[in-house]
Design a binder for this molecule. Structure first.
Ligand code: AMP
Length: 197
């Protein structure tokens, strides 16, 4: 069993790579951003709370996203493993994920961190804004705020996972295939004891 966190700033390519890895290793891909966008599209109560926060480029409350993940873990008891994309994004979320996984007899095998410079992120996100239809990709100051929020609240997770030897750094510049290959090379050499839960 293997449970991976794909990590990195907005625009690092997490979603694209998560899709490829989930397929390659038959993992359940859990993107909190996607789940929240679905909630917004369906007009649920969670969606209503999330929309205005997402449009400002801020983070939705920890409790709310932790509940979404708990729900997904509950609904997929037979999963071979999970690929968490865009979660955790804060220290309380990382701690909650560890506790939730213990409850299900699982653990995070590795945190795969896609590293891309800020200038490149801005260029990618502005470009994506022309086609993604995402309101939070459409405005440069919202994009800059998302990168700022990442630096302040999410980047500290690098030390959280490094302390337990689970932080894996990947150069996020290159073609989609090149980056998928780099990720797979790391997954293939994860120690068995880390892959076995
Ligand atoms: P993403 O698709 O991962 O870029 O997420 C889009 C937006 O959804 C983020 O900018 C946040 O506003 C919100 N979001 C997604 N995942 C989380 C999370 N784990 N914690 C808080 N907010 C989140």
């Amino acid at each position: 069993m293997i449970n991976l966190v794909i990590f990195g700033p907005p625009g690092a390519g997490k979603g694209t790579q998560a899709t490829n890895l989930a397929k390659a290793y038959q993992l359940i891909h859990l993107s909190t951003g996607e789940i929240l966008r679905d909630e917004i599209a369906e007009g649920t109560e969670t969606g209503l709370i999330a929309k205005e926060i997402i449009d400002r480029g801020e983070l939705v409350p920890d409790d709310l996203v932790i509940e979404l993940i708990r729900h997904q873990l509950d609904n997929n008891p037979l999963a071979k493993g999970f690929l968490f994309d865009g979660f955790p994004r804060t220290l309380p979320q990382a701690e909650a994920l560890d506790n939730l996984l213990v409850h299900y007899g699982r653990s995070v095998s590795a945190m795969l961190s896609l590293e891309v410079e800020k200038e490149q992120l801005l260029a990618r996100l502005i470009n994506r804004g022309n086609s993604s239809g995402r309101s939070d990709d459409a405005n440069r100051s919202v994009i800059e705020n998302r990168i700022e929020v990442y630096n302040q609240k999410t980047a500290p997770l690098i030390s959280y996972y490094s302390k337990v030897g689970k932080y894996e750094r990947i150069n996020g510049i290159g073609t989609v295939q090149e980056i998928t290959d780099r990720l797979k090379a790391i997954i293939e050499r994860l120690p068995l004891n880390k892959r076995s839960h």
